[in-house]
Design a protein around this ligand. Structure first.
Ligand SMILES: CC(C)(COP(=O)(O)OP(=O)(O)OC[C@H]1O[C@@H](n2cnc3c(N)ncnc32)[C@H](O)[C@@H]1OP(=O)(O)O)[C@@H](O)C(=O)NCCC(=O)NCCS
Length: 201
């Protein structure tokens, strides 16, 4: 996954101007306490610079399989500079939305992150998402993803796209359930392109 996965990439301003200007401040519904469909109690909020240590711990706790699915096998280690970039806010060009556990035992650690970032295609944003292994299949991905899609629309993008391994049934099903089309990735038979056209909010 190029844009959203590569924190060293310098994003450009979306070239296609949205018909409505995105709000200068992040909307309140991006900072909520909620219960996932699977019963997990979550605090969902945008990441900020102070979250670098939490993001580092989250990435370091991922299994090699989840990290590889998230980064499509491109990077094996994420540097501290990349972590700092991953938590740097830059709304409306990009958003990193975290789910933190409201659990008394695990504290307020990050258990999932969904993000979008401007892509090279005008008007298009690229997403990425990953949920901590032992939290998967409890609705955390869904809780993050549906807010991410809504936020990308509000940010003025015309489409949200992502790339996943063709064998990643979990990601493909999550994307399909949010209306994404699943298509081939040119020249990459092991990958699938996930595309969602976004209408104005
Ligand atoms: C893809 C991923 C983010 C899903 O997160 P999650 O928290 O497990 O997802 P949810 O529990 O919210 O499930 C969302 C939907 O995904 C689908 N899904 C999840 N696991 C599935 C599985 N094993 N088989 C089929 N569908 C599955 C279902 O449609 C599910 O909807 P449901 O609530 O009706 O069951 C998670 O598996 C993950 O982090 N994988 C590693 C990183 C990755 O692959 N990222 C994608 C590339 S960017």
């Amino acid at each position: 996954m190029s844009g959203a996965a590569d924190p060293s990439r310098t994003p450009e301003v979306p070239q296609e101007q949205p018909s409505q200007q995105p709000p200068a401040r992040l909307p309140r519904w991006l900072n909520v306490r909620c219960t996932s469909r699977g019963g997990a109690r979550l605090h969902i909020r945008p990441l900020r610079a102070e979250d670098a240590a939490r993001e580092r711990a989250f990435i370091d706790g991922l299994s090699p399989a989840s990290l590889s699915q998230r980064l499509l096998g491109t990077i094996r280690e994420v540097t501290d500079e990349q972590v700092a970039e991953l938590v740097r806010p830059d709304w409306p060009r990009r958003l990193a939305l975290a789910a933190l556990s409201g659990d008394a035992i695990t504290g307020d650690g990050i258990i999932g992150v969904a993000r979008f970032d401007v892509s090279e295609r005008p008007g298009s944003a690229e997403f990425a998402i990953v949920v901590a292994d032992h939290w998967q299949r409890r609705g955390v991905g869904h809780a993050l993803f549906h807010r991410l899609v809504r936020a990308a629309r509000l940010a003025g993008y015309r489409e949200l796209v992502g790339t996943t391994f063709a064998v990643n049934r979990e990601m493909i099903e999550l994307a399909r359930s949010h209306g994404f089309e699943v298509g081939p990735e040119e020249g990459e038979p092991s990958l699938r392109r996930l595309t969602l056209p976004l209408q104005a909010a």
